[in-house]
Design a protein around this ligand. Sequence first.
Ligand code: DI6
Ligand code: FE
Length: 401
Amino acid sequence: MGHRVIRGATVATMAETDVAYGLIEQAAIAIEGENIVWVGPQNDLPDAYADLEQVSADGKLITPGFIDAHTHVVAGGNRAEEFEMRLNGASYEEVARAGGGIISTVRATRAATEEELVADALPRVDALIAEGVSALEIKSGYGLERETELRMLRAARQIEKMRPVRVSTTFLGAHAVPPEYAGRADDYITEVCIPTLHAAHAEGLVDAVDGFCEGIAFDPDQIARVFDEAKKLGLPVKLHAEQLSNLGGSKLAASYGAMSSDHIEYLDEEGVIAMAEAGTSAVILPGAFYTIRETQVPPIDLLRKHAVPIALATDCNPGSSPLTSLLLTMNMGCTLFRMTPEETLAGVTREAARALRLADTGTIEPGKRADLAIWNVKHPAELSYRIGFNPLHKRIFGGAS
Ligand code: DI6
Ligand code: FE
């Protein structure tokens, strides 16, 4: 394990340089232990690395390991039945009466043990890994009561022990108002969400705190109460914002120095500027846009104009984005939102790392972890261009293959 030089590939370092993709042809990557120690044209490889084991990757493309910065892969059950009911003409009300919608996932998640949650999530995690993912974020938010929220986060931590992948956990207690608190969202925040956040943090289960700021979920004042609590605990925040309407969620998140504001189809320029000033990343989620057949496209041009960093993620969840492919997500980013192939590759590598505040991964540079994806393609644009095609040759995780 560890010490070796991978030679002959084209390497998309995704380092921030003037070269598109940070591309190096006929490259060499020297790895010692978990880390990259050198990358450059193989003819320039320093003698110091010449006696390490040399591995050929001729004709391959190497990118940083992919990172999925927004997922709900831990969740009970699925909503295929409701999907089918809708397509057979059932109304929203009929679906709700049949127990559909987010509450059906809450019910299934509450009924599941930690082991069942892990077992259900693993095939989804494996699908991501099979496309070169080396790190992912996992949210709670389908428990909406203390024990189930904690169980979801424990399941997320467990996944990191069972698979060669890094997991960042996010407490999403403010995801929806559970039926027992219908019409009493403020009481839910006071009596359940905030005490559960404290309990989860005390157990070391929380890397970040999230909320859903929307007419159908929580208003900015309610989100602010959760964020104030996160701040007291020294936890970073992020927000599902401007997905269906503009409530000023991104601006609120930016005022807390949020890591990211996610979805943002309905975001305006004022919100974009607030994000730019706060260093808050945009996390774009085309899978949800596609699934709910949204037509309002996120303001990609404004994000570019104000240099807001753009990450791209699956939003993998049983309702609005049953998607376990970052490659397809990249294609959707290009085709639905007119992002460039380079932006989408950055969105699942360097910018996803930035959005999760993972300083040691996301690019191929000396000092970073050797989290690499080796592909059977010639040019990085092939990754976002193809649809439903997985050219992964091999993954290297922390220097190990
Ligand atoms: N935004 C969404 O689209 C989902 N959650 C969120 O915050 C919906 C989740 C679900 O329907 O299960
Ligand atoms: Fe989400």
